[in-house]
Design a binder for this molecule. Structure first.
Ligand code: PHE
Length: 363
């Protein structure tokens, strides 16, 4: 090729590079291009070898033409290198700007504790201070534990007081937490102080104050010389601590086969202040704490020496107490999807972990 053709060829190569270099966006690809053009086998680089083929008087000129072209291409490639580096640096800077470690974090919405759970935890703490331990028992119970051991034989009319869900196996969904009295007596013997928070089930027609699933806290204290005044003192302390103010109570006789005598401790309705409302059925009072002295038959079934020991028991209506405390007028709200918080979870200490009476786990 003569010098004219050579110059055309070089112009073509340079035009091709100028047209494409802007599309190359990695340093590796750019180095690839450099080799393909300027390398010994490259489109321009390989022209160096042809210089010697020109007549001696042209070689100097041809050499200059080729080298000048190589120089320009090198400059174009270096310029593109600098552009890529600058783009990388500004992307890094943008990233650094997007992450500002001094900004406050985004607060995720936090769940809250169910009102019944909140009152349960509080009650567990109150009774712990009074020397009680927290126990738990199964929600599916034997007929014997739910009834017989509590002085309610099969023919006893009191069985009708508790509308029971019977399971095909002959077991029951416990209708109260009282069966754990029996379990605790067998497990620990006397003297004994336990509370048992738990879910109970009854075949009830649901209305504003009845649900088929509700919570109780059973309490049992067995020792030498226990009598009704201990029970009443304990009830007053409990209600005072939960409500954080003095609560008026009244005591009525009540009947439960597993206590003798049996009493009902009512509290002044906290929804209406005693004036009368649907929640207290216009009476101004709410049955909150059925209780009594443990029946000797129950102590005996629990292998407690009735000559030496007496005890009181109560079955606190936990669901009802939570409703009183938080001014919830309708029990159905509690098992609904109502997520309104009653108290922030970090203000509550968390549960006292209950042992399973009868399953061998002890706290
Ligand atoms: N278990 C009784 C009930 O659910 C309540 C109760 C417990 C009464 C302990 C007296 C003593 O109706």
């Amino acid at each position: 090729m003569d010098v004219g053709q050579l110059k055309e060829r070089i112009a073509e190569i340079e035009a091709g590079i100028a047209a494409n270099v802007c599309d190359i966006d990695t340093a590796d690809a750019l180095r690839g291009l450099e080799t393909a053009v300027l390398g010994k086998q490259g489109t321009l680089g390989s022209l160096v070898k042809t210089i010697k083929d020109y007549p001696p008087d042209q070689r100097g000129h041809v050499g200059k033409v080729v080298n000048d072209a190589k120089g320009r291409v090198k400059a174009v490639i270096e310029q593109r290198h600098r552009e890529l580096e600058a783009a990388d640096a500004s992307a890094d800077a943008a990233d650094a700007e997007a992450f500002d470690p001094t900004l406050p974090g985004i607060r995720e919405p936090m769940g809250s504790v169910h009102p019944v759970t909140a009152v349960q935890w509080e009650i567990e703490r109150i009774f712990e201070r009074l020397g009680f331990t927290v126990e738990a028992g199964p929600e599916m119970e034997t007929e014997y534990n739910n009834f017989e051991a509590l002085n309610i034989p099969a023919t006893h009319p009191a069985r009708d007081m508790q509308d029971t869900f019977w399971l095909k196996s002959g077991m029951v969904l416990r209708t109260h937490t009282s069966p754990v009295q029996h379990r605790a007596m067998l497990k620990f013997g006397a003297p004994l102080r336990v509370i048992v928070p738990g879910r109970c089930f009854r075949y009830e027609t649901i209305d504003a104050s009845h649900d088929n699933t509700f919570h109780q806290v059973e309490g049992l204290m067995i020792d030498r010389g226990i009598s009704i005044p201990n029970l009443i003192a304990m009830a007053k302390t409990l209600l005072y601590e939960v409500m954080q103010h003095e609560v008026e109570i009244r005591v009525r006789p009540g009947y439960f086969p597993f206590v003798e005598p049996g009493i009902e401790i009512d509290m002044n309705c906290q929804i209406c202040g005693g004036a009368g409302c649907p929640t207290c059925k216009q009476s101004g009072w709410l049955e909150i704490l059925p209780a009594g002295m443990v029946h000797p038959n129950v102590l005996e079934a629990g292998k407690i020496d009735t000559e030496e020991f007496t005890g009181f028991a109560f079955g606190l209506g936990l669901t009802r107490l939570a409703m009183m405390k938080y001014g919830i007028g309708d029990i159905r709200v509690l098992n609904s999807g109502d997520l309104r918080p009653i108290v922030s979870p970090d203000r509550l200490g968390g549960p006292v972990i209950a042992g399973q009476v009868g399953s061998g786990t002890k706290r």
